[in-house]
Structures are given as C-alpha cells and as structure tokens.
Design a binder for this molecule. Sequence first.
Ligand SMILES: Nc1nc2c(c(=O)[nH]1)N(C=O)[C@@H](CNc1ccc(C(=O)N[C@@H](CCC(=O)O)C(=O)O)cc1)CN2
Ligand SMILES: Nc1ncnc2c1ncn2[C@@H]1O[C@H](COP(=O)(O)OP(=O)(O)OP(=O)(O)O)[C@@H](O)[C@H]1O
Length: 199
Amino acid sequence: MSRGAEVSDAASTKASLRIALRRVRHDFLSGLSADQRDAALARIDAAITPLIPGDAAVAGYVAQSDEPDVLPFLASLHAAGRRVLLPCVRRLDMEFSAWSPADPLVPGYAGIPMPQLGGDSGVPRFLLVPLLGFDRQGGRIGQGGGFYDRYLEHRPETKRLGIAWSAQEVDEVPSDPWDVALTAVVTELETIEVEPPSL
Ligand SMILES: Nc1nc2c(c(=O)[nH]1)N(C=O)[C@@H](CNc1ccc(C(=O)N[C@@H](CCC(=O)O)C(=O)O)cc1)CN2
Ligand SMILES: Nc1ncnc2c1ncn2[C@@H]1O[C@H](COP(=O)(O)OP(=O)(O)OP(=O)(O)O)[C@@H](O)[C@H]1O
C-alpha cells in the first residue's frame, strides 16, 4: 500500500474515532455525580504534581466541553509562585502566554477562552495536553486541528502530559507521520508513563 493511502486511511479512521470518543467521554462524565467528578479531578491534580518537578513553566488549557478542568490546579500552581501558561491560537499557530488567575480571558479559537494576544509568551517545560483519545504507547488523538503536533514538532524538550478520563483509552490510536507521542498520560485512575524510545 502506498504511503498516501495509509495516511488517508488514518485520516478517515481518526474522524470516526473522534465522533465515538466525544460520545464516550460525554457518557463517562454524565455518569459521575458532582462529588465523584470533583474526586476524579482531585486525583488527576495529585497525579500531575510528581510529573512536574522543579520550578519550570507549566502550560495547561482552558477546558472545553467534557475535558478535565485543570484551571483550578493551574491557579494553585500560580499561587505557589510557578509560571503558568495557556494556549493562544491565531490562525494555524498556537503559542503559550503567561497567565495569572487575575488576567481576563477572551474568546479564542472554537470559542475557547484564551489570554489576550500580545501578552508575555514562553515555551513550557511541561505541557498538559487535552485529548479525545489515548493509548498506552503515548498515542494521542486530539480535535483534529493539528495544533499540538505542529507546536511540538520543534520543541523536543517539552514534556507532554496527556490529561484524560480513563474512559478515553483505546487499544491503538491510528498514527500519522506528524503525530508526536505523549511522555505520560494522567487519568483519574492511573498514570501511564510511556518509555522513551531507546536509540
Ligand atoms: N481546551 C482545549 N483547548 C485547546 C485545544 C483543545 O483541544 N482543548 N486545542 C487543541 O488543538 C487547541 C484549539 N484547537 C481546537 C480544535 C478544534 C476544536 C473543535 O472542533 N471543537 C469542537 C467541540 C466539540 C465538543 O463539544 O467536544 C467545536 O467547537 O465544535 C476545538 C479546539 C488549543 N486549545
Ligand atoms: N507537524 C506538522 N506539520 C504540518 N502539518 C501538520 C503537522 N501536524 C499536524 N499537521 C496537520 O494537522 C492536521 C490535523 O492533525 P491530527 O489529525 O493529528 O490532529 P490532532 O492531533 O487530533 O489535533 P490537535 O493537536 O489540534 O488536538 C493534519 O491533517 C495535518 O495536515
């Protein structure tokens, strides 16, 4: 099979997988009471902490839809003196801007709140990555914009921590040549540390 055919197969499989995973994620979250959801989020926060040692900058995201909401955790990091960054999307480019809980957020790409353009930007050492699906090899499927893969292509020093509900696990995410693997995946049940490939 030609490379082109493989890539377009992955693209159509990814599109149907996204639809299925949005439903799975929604059903998982609807099945939790408010207390259960808060407890699950607290477990995710606690599991992230040992993965972001030191004082280097941590980037997160403003949750959309049924994604785990890491903003309170990011606010607590900021309160502890840590530099916190959030995605700022313009056209096809995603950058990360410094964020403090006192800063206003403005509607950005797909209506997701983001820091105002023109703020202080930086490259995070640790990146909390939202996702629709993950596998135990570090495979990730996102919303299909390619923002994270394009961003990470030139930033091998950034640790990539996928943040997900356990229900979002699949056996094997269909992979495209540009996909950048996660360093670890954190869910409310476990942390999956992905072995770096041995060279
Ligand atoms: N919270 C969050 N922020 C993020 C991302 C993300 O996946 N989640 N991104 C990741 O690249 C970037 C923005 N890219 C995006 C690409 C597509 C859609 C999108 O199509 N969203 C659907 C929502 C469907 C749903 O309800 O689940 C939409 O708006 O119709 C959103 C963001 C940067 N910020
Ligand atoms: N490094 C890259 N260089 C050029 N184009 C890229 C790169 N990474 C991704 N793309 C483009 O982005 C599109 C979407 O990629 P993909 O389906 O892997 O998105 P995703 O990882 O699910 O989305 P996101 O990262 O926004 O959550 C692809 O069709 C591809 O053309």
